[in-house]
Design a protein around this ligand. Sequence first.
Ligand code: F6P
Length: 476
Amino acid sequence: MLTQVGAPPVLVISNRGPISFSFGDDGGLVAKRGGGGLVSSLGPLVRDIGATWMAAASTEADVAAAAEGVIDAEGFKFRSLAVDPAAYQMAYDVVSNATLWFLHHGLFDLTRRPRLDRRWREAWDAYRDVNHTFAQAVIDEAPEGAIVLVQDYHLALVGTWLAQDRRDLRAVHFSHIPFCEPGALRVLPSDVAEELLVGMGSHASCGFHARRWAANYEACCMEVLGFEPATFVAPLSPHYDDIAALAARDDCIRELDWVDQMRGDRQLIVRVDRIEPSKNLLRGFWAFDDLLRTRTEWRGRVVFVALIYPSREGLPEYLAYRQEVESVTKVINDRWATPGWTPIVLDTSDNFPRSVAALVRYDVLLVNPVRDGLNLVAKEGPVVNTNNGVLALSREAGAWDELGAVALEVNPFDVAGTADVLAAALTMSAGERKAHAVALATMAAARTPRDWFDDMMSVAGSARGLPDPPTRRSGT
Ligand code: F6P
């Protein structure tokens, strides 16, 4: 068992970890900070309380690190967990990303996807195995009564085995993505839907960034299992001081010049996203095209800087989406560009300081996902922007719950409507912009990552072990 000084002992488990490993010249293990949104939000909080963090080993060096047990590196107590690489790949690509992600974000093109064939069934078995490996490590290593914070849809089933073997643990599950409505869940085979909901419902409680996702999960549990699950809502927020410090860094300041050069004396629309179907990049560009077509006065007077970075390139859907994004951008630029003016500046270089610089400078920030668990950029922008910028925000983003009273409302499916919103944002008076920006910055900074973490800890801490798990109807 892991020994930790001070109470309560806390264990965080997630797909990606705060540390990844490589082999140094001498063949020894070299630790470096891991990437990803979850790690940057959760990392400092986990470090502060000395919790142990367990994550899947995804490279050969990670697997070698797994043999070493808990490693102290970069201020973390980190446990790399060896999972069968083939099973991991099936679980991550086929189930987590191509099925659960698409299901919960409402992305399936139902005439073709999902194709739940025999191979998919093997992938579901692999997903179960990976979840079981995590659960077994927790069962074997968590101290009596430990708090276990299970992160995200990759690990929805972990509670199943904890509820069987370690009822003393106070385990909560937190989803960083939306949760689908009962009607959408019917796409999954009944036994799979049941297994998923039983797995989540076996935790002491399940957390979400927005009330709507919690309500969808509750409705699914009620419809499929006749079970009323415990839930909580705890939106994440950026840390004001951290993001201000980032914006003041030399590399970000240097990138301000790049942004200023792109913008010239024009208005600046910005977006910062992963290249990801749920982010709705295509309709955002078509809306900009509509703006230039219908409001001729904006031709040559506005530039759209899209800082979008590659993601999940192992999935054909993501590669095809990227190609479509690049070709649509080219069509729009070919249609409207004039000497000295490129309407859409597409940057896929994954330049983080540049993204922060663009958030500092925008006149309009477009955040138009078809659906999003939260969308941290919608909060980071208003907190770091110094230009009284306007936020055009999808009502389908979890962040809408907190920012919707002030942000300009985007129906992400309505291209013409989004163009109208962009036009309204570009023509707001200086006074309106100031009031809008001040109100948004206040709302976006109202909570900190620590508030989110404390909410999760207090739900877990007040649980008296794990409840009776829900029962499956099909019994398969
Ligand atoms: O939003 C959910 C999430 O898993 C985040 O934690 C992560 O930053 C993002 O999606 C990217 O996912 P992946 O780890 O698959 O690159």
